[in-house]
Write a protein that binds this ligand. Structure first.
Ligand code: GLU
Length: 317
């Protein structure tokens, strides 16, 4: 037996707050080109960070190779650059940061917060797909690892746009996966570790991740990490309330023609279109947008009308 190495601090020097105490980020998964929904999160998080006088980072969340599209992360970064959305530090890639996730899992295991689990999906069907206790009879050579979620009632947080959000993680989600049985890190663990290690104070992202946030807060508590402020932008739905992925608004944004997509995102963010009319380059448009951005106009929900893709007009509700 040898003494375990001292844990790598999850809060590195990049954690030091900037003068304004605000550091935001955009964290795309390289599963395809940026579309209107992802651009909305990029622009929204950029505007809120810049208006607060804070910093804005980009992190490529490339921990799920089976879902990745080759070349997508480079295209995403090139598209952000073409749109004038430049991060304050070189983008990081989660695929370079396995040691941080390993260290976090080791700490959770040492503290009794995490456990190996050999249950398969079909093992859990009798529990409604929710893991409350291990039911597998045969241990797997490479088990998954889960966070033990105690029956502690509601986990709640105040979202900057959606108001109070509550979830009973034990009954609605159960013990959740940190390291998958196929050896890939789960999004929930990596995002919590990286937001802390990068000193993110404000997470601005799409509302599809609203119900992941209570899990992330439980993980922050278990790892003794700070909880950032959260603001979840509305999902872009089509006029019938269908998810973006089923609508023509899911088409990639064109890095060769950034102005129409930027104007459309600006409108989807509930902002006044008039001041941007004269802007004829992404930089000019962003400068003008920053000067006129009004966070109180952000819509908690919105519907995207198909006609908007061709006319450039929107009808947020
Ligand atoms: N990588 C996630 C996605 O593209 C977003 C993660 C986050 O913003 O927390 O959906």
């Amino acid at each position: 037996m040898h003494d375990p190495a001292p844990p790598t601090p999850l809060l590195s020097s990049t954690r030091l707050p900037n003068a304004h105490g605000y550091r935001g980020r955009f964290a795309p998964s390289p599963t395809g080109p940026l579309h209107m929904g992802s651009l909305l999160a990029a622009l929204g998080s950029w505007l809120l960070a810049r208006q607060a006088g804070g910093e804005w980072l980009v992190r490529i969340e490339d921990l799920d190779p089976p879902r990745e599209v080759p070349g997508a992360s480079d295209l995403q970064l090139a598209t952000l650059a073409a749109f004038g959305l430049e991060p304050d530090q070189p983008p990081v890639r989660q695929s370079d940061r396995h040691a941080l996730y390993r260290d976090a899992l080791d700490r959770l295991l040492a503290a009794g917060h995490a456990f190996p689990c050999s249950c398969t999906r079909s093992d859990l069907t009798t529990q409604g797909g929710i893991h409350r206790q291990c039911v597998a009879t045969v241990p797997r050579p490479h088990p998954a690892f889960r966070l033990r979620v105690h029956d502690a009632g509601l986990t709640s947080f105040e979202d900057g746009l959606q108001g109070e959000v509550r979830q009973d993680v034990a009954s609605e989600v159960g013990d959740f996966v940190l390291l998958r049985a196929d050896g890939y890190w789960a999004y929930q663990l990596a995002v919590v570790v990286d937001d802390a290690a990068q000193g993110i104070t404000d997470v601005v992202r799409g509302a599809d991740l609203l119900d992941s946030t209570p899990r992330q807060i439980l993980l922050q508590r278990a790892l003794d990490l700070p909880t950032p402020r959260y603001l979840h932008l509305p999902l872009v739905l089509d006029a019938d309330g269908r998810k973006l992925s089923k609508s023509s608004a899911a088409l990639p944004v064109d890095p060769a023609d950034p102005l129409p997509a930027l104007r459309l995102c600006w409108a989807l963010l509930g902002q006044d279109q008039a001041p941007l009319r004269g802007a004829n380059s992404p930089d000019a448009l962003l400068r003008c947008a920053l000067a006129h951005f009004d966070g109180s106009r952000l819509p908690a929900r919105l519907h995207f009308h198909e006609a908007a893709t061709t006319t450039g007009s929107t009808d947020p509700e």
